[in-house]
Design a protein around this ligand. Structure first.
Ligand code: PEP
Length: 250
């Protein structure tokens, strides 16, 4: 129980053709039937669907977001997308520092911080991802790793702009594995503490999402954990029924 409105954000990753707009439409239709919608809802589709989805989402109250952005507003960066372009296409959020970007593109904390700053400057809310690997957890380093990522990836300007933190243990992403509720509670409390240390009372209001194998079967209990202010959902966000069930559980 918290007075922060939860955010349920879907991350479609590199999935979604025009045909999946039907699934998105189905989600909008189902949401229209939900009587007490407690959560903010967003989907971060591939960039190719962003504009169309933003237009449709505006009707059903589903915000959209990008999955990454370049740190510069424009320029000679073939293949990249700027935060300004995401905003221009209708996005409200941008995921930065997802573990798949950190792994596949060797993104550093400093780069993630610059991307988050670019997102804020463009008027987007960055969803800044942190989380330890299995080896790091087994070595007892999870807290230190996450603290370091937060320190390095969260820009100072977050003291004035809205940001979202997503705690996503890398070993829980797409694996069907989740930490225990006690482990989630401990990590989220630690993140909250660091945010308050750094940003004062503002730090109390920053959403901290949990991500990693959230699904209808575990959403209710995980979303009820102290300091869990919503979820970042990968696989289960691709299916309207599953995503709707998670939203309903928030
Ligand atoms: C993610 O990649 O952000 C994620 C949480 O994935 P999944 O829900 O599929 O584990």
């Amino acid at each position: 129980a918290s007075d922060i409105t939860p955010l349920i954000a879907g991350n479609w990753k590199m999935n979604g053709l025009q045909a999946q707009m039907n699934e998105f439409q189905a989600l909008g239709d189902k949401l229209a039937t939900l009587e007490n919608r407690n959560a903010l809802v967003a989907i971060c589709p591939p960039a190719t669907l962003l504009a169309a989805m933003s237009e449709k989402g505006a009707v059903s109250g589903i915000a959209t977001g990008g999955q990454d952005c370049h740190a510069s507003p424009n320029g000679a960066h073939t293949g990249d997308i700027s935060a300004l372009m995401l905003k221009d296409a209708g996005a409200a959020y941008v995921i930065v520092g997802h573990s798949e970007r950190r792994a596949d593109h060797a993104e550093t904390d400093a780069q993630v911080r610059a991307k988050a700053q670019a997102g804020i400057a463009a008027g987007l809310v960055p969803i800044i991802c942190v989380g330890e690997t299995r080896a790091e957890r087994e070595a007892g380093k999870a807290d230190a790793i996450v603290a370091g990522q937060l320190e390095g990836s969260v820009p100072d300007m977050a003291s004035e702009a809205e940001i979202v933190i997503a705690y996503e243990p890398v070993w829980a992403i797409g694996t069907g594995l989740t930490p225990t509720n006690a482990d989630i509670a401990q990590m989220h409390a630690g993140i909250r503490r660091l945010l308050v240390e750094r940003f004062g009372a503002r730090g109390q209001t920053i959403r901290i999402l949990y991500g990693g194998s959230l699904k209808p079967a575990n959403a209710k209990e995980i979303l009820a954990v102290e300091n869990v202010n919503g979820g970042l959902v990968g696989g289960a966000s691709l299916l309207a029924n599953d995503f709707f069930a998670i939203i309903s559980a928030a």
